[in-house]
Ligand binder design. Sequence first.
Ligand SMILES: O=C(O)CCC(=O)C(=O)O
Length: 325
Amino acid sequence: MFYMDYGRSSERQKQGACTFSPSLSSKYSPQQLVAPAHPPQAADSRSSSYSAGSVGSDSGASPFDICLSGNKCGIKLNSSLLEINRAKRRDRELSKDAPFQYLRPGMVLLKRFIKPNDQVKIVKVCQQLGVGSGGFYRPGYRDGAMLRLWMMCLGKNWDPDSHSYGDTRPFDGAQPPTIPEEFRKYVQDAIQASHELLKQNIGAVNAVDELPLMSPDICLVNFYNSSGRLGLHQDKDESMSSLDKGLPVVSFSLGDTTEFLYGDVRDEEKVSKVALESGDVLIFGGKSRLIFHGVSNMKPNTAPKWLTDETSLRPGRLNLTFRQY
Ligand SMILES: O=C(O)CCC(=O)C(=O)O
């Protein structure tokens, strides 16, 4: 991953998105996306565990809790279980309307692929891992610029300063938690589903060529509050072999909707954008493995109510990107 640096750019031709559901693409309006020189606001006034820390992090602070304090991801009582189940069923129905979007060669979006109960499970597991050793922290750079998100690495640590992976976090020596087996299973399911959908929808003869199989040993978990964002960058800190094979990045979105920006050059005026909603899985590999991508314009209060009710997830968005080193 390469958040701040311009890095090498891809010469690939930009392809138009082909959707099998109402298209969400529209023209991207230019914006400043790189990390700000000042720390971003906390998710809400109750919640800040941020403090300006030592190099590259808020390492002096306790881990950030992605769920609101006091609820510890338990069920809140303001919605009945009956209502919650009804809402989940409704959302499952919705997912049938727009299951698949082919964004460009090597890049697909599986709409609301993660089932409601699994979304709840993922948030709860991330919350628990996130408050332990190696949990959520505010990444930053040596020059003091901070990313507008909280991060937890699973499997291997990604260091924003050196743009490299390691076994421990440089600022506190913590070892990243391992990737839960269930998460790996969701990734395999998503890749398999994308192959089926590539065959069905675009007649791909060999879907594995378009989106190679991968077995994740890294997962970066980002939490964005309503002012969270991530500048255009390429994910290219994985091994040369992984990048050469185009092993995909598999990205899960949970909570509030956001705009995902993507394109062949690091130019905010030339990127496409697509909305990522709770339960969506975005996969980019093969010819799209080195796309520039980023996140802007969070849409507050768009998380499914059942998700926030059942988990007390803070206002914002949780994103998990799985990769194979
Ligand atoms: O939050 C997202 O959807 C994108 C995350 C991302 O680009 C990254 O972690 O490299």
